[in-house]
Design a protein around this ligand. Structure first.
Ligand SMILES: Cc1ncc(C[n+]2csc(CCOP(=O)(O)OP(=O)(O)O)c2C)c(N)n1
Ligand code: SF4
Ligand SMILES: [Mg+2]
Length: 283
């Protein structure tokens, strides 16, 4: 299969300059690589929410499910549990994932279900024309907050680390190489992986210049160290005027949720041993 086969003829309706184009380009390359490395294309399932980001599944000729706003993960989890061999890749907006879908996100991380979540974090509701989201900065002047927001933004990676996610990364929509690397590693990772992409919405919140002055890539970062991950994740807390690290912050292996569903009978002794082993790996 070559690059052409996974592209649809659907007309692209994103604004010129939208950061979603970079996400589409990067995921196309990565999926093509996975296919050429032996992953059958029919084993890949895409799930999207509702928003500008969600149109990405219209542009990729793969099995996909357009879900509801905030409800990508229940759909993705159902697919993964029903057929654990599928590679489930979720595309969600920041409003979608960090607002309405937040409780699902925490549970997916806690369960460590083997799903990859790519968040198009433009820090605004794009499709509904510019309302604030959980990651919009303090004093954000949008359609629903003409006098500015009165609350601090949420650091979703911090929350996901506490929630138990086993792979956490940040990319930007103008760092294509890093984006491809993050996506590939996240998809290969066995467990719940989240890539937060600072995707610029040129129409309602153009942050190209702001990010351009602050972004740097993590080097020699010890990604299996929880404290170091926490330190790097908190370096830029969305409102601070500091540098913004990008790359893989955290990666750890532990048992995944979907593998727990088995028909095999186990006695109490075996069950006890399994729980002990699980806890030793987790704590
Ligand atoms: C349950 C529900 N609530 C609200 C909406 C209206 N709605 C559609 S898209 C959207 C915002 C999308 O923002 P985001 O998730 O950040 O995606 P973006 O458009 O920025 O990519 C909202 C509020 C909806 N379709 N369904
Ligand atoms: S409104 Fe923003 S997020 Fe939506 S397509 Fe346009 S630039 Fe992209
Ligand atoms: Mg958004």
């Amino acid at each position: 299969m070559n690059q052409q086969n996974i592209v649809t003829k659907t007309q692209n309706t994103w604004c010129i300059g939208c950061g979603n184009f970079a996400i589409l380009t990067a995921i196309k390359v990565v999926i093509n690589e996975l296919i050429s490395e032996g992953c059958p294309s029919e084993n890949i399932v895409l799930v999207s929410g509702i928003g500008c980001h969600a149109k990405i599944v219209d542009y990729l000729n793969l099995n996909s499910f357009y879900s509801l706003h905030g409800r990508t993960l229940p759909v993705a989890e159902g697919i993964k549990i029903a057929k654990p061999s599928t590679k489930v890749i979720v595309f969600a907006g920041d409003g979608d994932a960090y607002g309405e879908g937040m409780e699902h996100l925490i549970f997916a991380a806690k369960r460590n279900i083997d799903i990859t979540m790519i968040v198009h974090n433009n820090r605004v509701y794009g499709l509904t024309t510019g309302q604030y989201t959980p990651t919009s900065p303090f004093d954000f002047h949008g359609r629903s907050t003409p006098k500015g927001t009165k609350e601090l933004p949420l650091n979703p990676l911090h929350l996901m680390l506490a929630g138990g996610a086993t792979f956490l990364a940040r990319g930007t929509s103008f760092g294509l190489n890093l984006l491809k690397k993050n996506f590939k590693e996240a998809i290969i990772h066995k467990g719940f992986s989240l890539v937060d992409v600072l995707q610029v919405c040129v129409t309602f919140f153009n942050l190209y210049e702001y990010y351009g002055e602050r972004i740097y890539e993590l080097k020699d970062h010890q990604k299996d160290d929880y404290s170091k991950a926490l330190e790097k994740i908190r370096e830029w807390d969305y409102n601070a005027d500091s540098k913004i690290p990008t790359g893989i912050f955290y990666q750890k292996l532990r048992d995944t949720f979907e593998t727990g569903f088995t028909d095999k009978e186990v006695d109490n002794e075996q069950r006890y041993e399994k729980i002990k082993e699980f806890l030793q790996k987790t704590i």
